[in-house]
Design a protein around this ligand. Structure first.
Ligand SMILES: NC(=O)c1ccc[n+]([C@@H]2O[C@H](COP(=O)([O-])OP(=O)(O)OC[C@H]3O[C@@H](n4cnc5c(N)ncnc54)[C@H](OP(=O)(O)O)[C@@H]3O)[C@@H](O)[C@H]2O)c1
Length: 254
């Protein structure tokens, strides 16, 4: 995607990577609409950043996705970028169902069904635009498992393969599918994660992402240097060592 001149909707941008990316894209001359469930944050964002649009959306709820999509497309008919950012990450204990089943179902609903339903709500509109982008958000954990978050890892692996697959199908359109693959980044995704010294500072991550979008607008995957350790273990042949190193480090290292 081009670095500027787009109209971008980012459901999952009331905090963290989504909000930082929204502000960076706004600063580079894009029209940006942020979405999320926490209305108090949406109100604060609208007050602090008058140029940003806001919309309440719960991506775990199909009806909310439909209503928000209608609202966004009515207000921003020139929308040409969808960033499916919303995600949750929770620890699980798979020794007994109480330790994981509820969390696993919630994680699949938000992290896998959410992006699928969002793409369903926007894909026809995006094909009416001269150029458009669907940005999915996976993780280094799509490629190397963190022991404490099995369903999260699996949800991000699903997003990776979904991105690879729909890119093939949409190759006959002007819609590009771009997968953002963050390493561990200091956000509130999990308790304590904002102070995780193994994680990348948020501003550094977003600055590197913006540089990559600018220098390689046609890239299918956005990979900052820090994610390559997790992303390419299997290709390098050191996968077992990468799994061991990841899981020996901070248990919240995403
Ligand atoms: N930080 C990392 O280390 C890391 C690494 C790899 C990938 N990622 C991915 O990056 C994305 C953003 O995470 P983050 O690190 O920036 O964490 P974050 O600060 O917790 O942000 C998560 C965002 O998702 C939104 N969200 C969650 N559930 C939602 C729902 N049902 N409906 C609508 N919005 C929802 C939250 O908004 P509301 O609560 O207001 O709804 C929030 O804006 C996630 O997909 C995450 O898996 C993060």
């Amino acid at each position: 995607m081009q670095i500027s001149g787009n109209t971008v909707f980012i459901p999952g941008a009331t905090s963290g990577i989504g909000l930082a990316l929204a502000l960076a894209l706004r600063d580079r001359g894009n029209t940006v609409v942020v979405g999320g469930r926490r209305t108090e944050l949406l109100e604060r964002i609208a007050a602090e950043h008058p140029g940003l649009g806001t919309v309440r959306i719960d991506t775990a709820d199909p009806a909310s996705i439909e209503t928000a999509a209608e609202d966004v497309l009515a207000r921003y008919p020139e929308l040409d970028v969808l960033v499916a950012m919303a995600g949750i990450m929770r620890a699980e204990d798979w020794h007994r169902p109480e330790g994981f089943l509820e969390t696993a179902e919630a994680t699949v609903t938000t992290n896998v069904l959410g992006p699928i339903r969002l793409i369903a709500a926007f894909v026809e509109h995006l094909q009416t635009r001269p150029e458009a982008t669907i940005m999915t958000v996976s993780s280094g954990l799509a490629f190397t498992p963190l022991k404490v978050t099995p369903t999260y890892n699996a949800s991000k692996a699903a997003i990776h393969m979904l991105s690879e697959s729909i890119r093939l199908q949409l190759a006959d359109t002007a819609v590009r599918v771009v997968e953002l693959e963050p390493p561990a980044v200091r956000t509130a995704l999990m308790p304590g994660h904002e102070d995780n010294e193994h994680a990348m500072p948020l501003d550094e991550f977003v600055a590197e992402v913006m540089g990559l979008i600018e220098s390689r607008p046609d890239a299918a995957e956005i990979q900052v240097e820090r994610v390559k350790f997790l992303r390419y273990g299997e290709a390098r042949g050191d996968y077992d060592q990468v799994v061991a190193a990841l899981n020996a480090a901070d248990p919240h290292n995403s």
